[in-house]
Write a protein that binds this ligand. Structure first.
Ligand SMILES: Cc1ncc(COP(=O)(O)O)c(C=O)c1O
Length: 485
């Protein structure tokens, strides 16, 4: 055993992991525990653009036919396979929507691929703050009113990119946001990386594709039973040219798109379509029943929002007012039950369910949560989760709802910068995004200027921030070595 470990450390560890762990994390196939996935011969699918096998970037044969079936499944105007994750779709979408110097509305909870796109393009971000639930300590939806207000302040923006659903499953009013943007002649891109399963069952919220978004990006690998990096770029409308999207995709994605990924997306789509009623019986109904019972937890708290505003596949367990922080809950789940969460933040744990779950896996999760919940009244831990939540609230209170940076991410990326003591930073431009981590809430984006309140927050929460250097006593931040504009 040890020899195998030494010779193939990665392979051996993964084989052991897959035998023992019960994943409530990505990818959505849950270690191949969906349908007959384990029977697929993945090497037989690993080919290249040989005769008759089509070409993703000039699709007119079998790839085009498979993408068209996917388009119909999701109700899109046109669908493109991605083999480098949603990242490739986000880069492509923004690079198609904007040219250098264009302004664009960016929700502050966007994935870092959005900043990377801005660096590549040289576009100008106008940051908008999503709504924040201070009882839960949770960033939620982007408000239609915020978009409306931002359009008044910045009438030249090309459009907006928002995240819906969020990592925690909160869905924005995409229909309302699309209407506001379209009335002003602007485009809407929705990062639906966590919503590829919405088309599977009506208990999930409606996909942005059906609510007016122009471009929608989905990571199939996150919530559907497909392999990591498999994703989709959908056109919801004909606003952008398919040819231009493909041309741009070629610039950011590999020239050898994986046939294994494309073929398994085709396979999974068909399997799910064929088994929709079994999925409802084996997964959706038990999931709903489990969620109802978990409402009765004593100390732990299950997040539950209204149907169209929330993705029920996410099991978000809050530990605020429970006496423990979520790291301990995550540790209990893994050590005692082999249940591995998708993510653990100080005040909540994210557990992902997918079509690869069923009554048996859900029962195991429910039993574990109920048992831990019963023990909690006996545990006297410092209220870490509560403290964290109140600190987070103070920080979010200080953030502006709409804000334009002083310099663009591209100017910052290519500009000269240096690490400076915190005091020196006042009035200077941040050369690195500073975020409260976890969960990854940016306090200051690269290109925004340090104000007094930033300095106070950074000083107070230095040990919780990413993007600074903190020795325990001294704080240094990276600033641009050029004056404010
Ligand atoms: C909201 C969001 N968008 C986009 C991405 C990028 O997805 P991918 O890993 O498929 O490139 C992620 C990944 O974590 C994400 O959480």
């Amino acid at each position: 055993m040890n020899t195998r470990h030494n010779q193939m450390p990665l392979y051996t560890a993964l084989m052991e992991y897959s035998q023992h762990k019960k994943p409530f994390h990505m990818p959505g196939h849950k270690l191949g525990r969906f349908g007959d996935m384990k029977q697929i011969d993945y090497t037989a699918l690993d080919v290249t653009e040989a005769n008759g096998l089509d070409n993703l970037y000039e699709a007119e044969g079998i790839i085009e036919a498979a993408m068209d079936k996917m388009r119909k499944f999701y109700g899109a105007y046109k669908t493109i396979f991605l083999t480098n994750g949603s990242t490739a779709g986000i880069l492509t979408s923004l690079m198609t929507m904007c040219k250098p110097g264009d302004e664009v509305l960016i929700a502050r909870n966007c994935h870092h691929s959005v900043w990377h796109a801005l660096i590549l393009i040289g576009a100008v971000p106008i940051y908008i703050q999503p709504e924040y639930n201070s009882d839960l300590g949770l960033m939620t939806k982007v408000r239609k009113d915020t978009i409306q207000e931002a359009l008044l302040q910045y009438p030249n923006v090309k459009g907006a990119i928002i995240v819906s659903p969020t990592y925690e499953g909160v869905v924005s009013d995409v229909k309302g946001i699309a209407e506001v943007l379209h009335q002003a002649g602007k485009a809407l891109i929705v990062d639906e990386a966590h919503g590829a399963h919405f088309a599977v069952n009506s208990y999930f919220p409606t996909s942005s594709l059906k609510l007016g978004a122009d471009l929608v990006i989905q990571s199939m690998h996150k919530t559907m039973p497909t392999l990591t990096q498999s994703a989709l770029l959908h056109q919801g409308t004909a606003l952008f040219s398919y040819g231009q999207l493909i041309q741009t995709l070629r610039m950011v994605q590999t020239s050898s798109p994986s046939y294994t990924l494309m073929a398994t997306m085709d396979y999974a789509r068909h399997y799910v379509e064929e088994h929709k009623s079994e999925i409802e019986i084996d997964y959706i109904k038990p999931l709903i029943a489990m969620r109802e019972r978990l409402q009765n937890l004593n100390k732990l708290h299950l997040l539950n929002l209204a149907h169209e505003a929330y993705d029920i596949s996410k099991i978000i367990i809050f530990t605020t007012h429970s006496g423990i922080d979520s790291y301990l809950l995550g540790q209990y789940l893994e050590e005692r039950y082999q249940i591995v969460a998708e993510a653990t933040l100080p005040h909540y744990v994210i557990l992902m369910t997918t079509v690869a779950d069923n009554t048996a896996t859900l029962t195991e999760l429910e039993r574990a949560l109920i048992e831990i919940d019963k023990e909690l009244s006996l545990i006297q831990e410092p209220q870490v989760a509560d403290l964290y939540c109140s600190q987070l609230n103070q920080i979010i209170d200080e953030l502006p709802t709409i804000q334009k940076g002083v310099y663009t991410p591209r100017e910052v990326h290519y500009g000269m910068s240096s690490w400076q003591t915190l005091k020196y930073c006042l009035g200077k431009v941040a050369a690195q995004t500073i975020m409260f981590y976890p969960p990854g809430i940016p306090i200051l984006y690269m290109g925004e200027a340090f104000q007094e309140r930033h300095l106070m927050i950074i000083e107070q929460y230095a040990n919780r921030l990413k993007g600074i250097q903190y020795s325990g006593t001294e704080i240094h931040c990276k600033v641009l070595d050029i004056p404010l504009k």
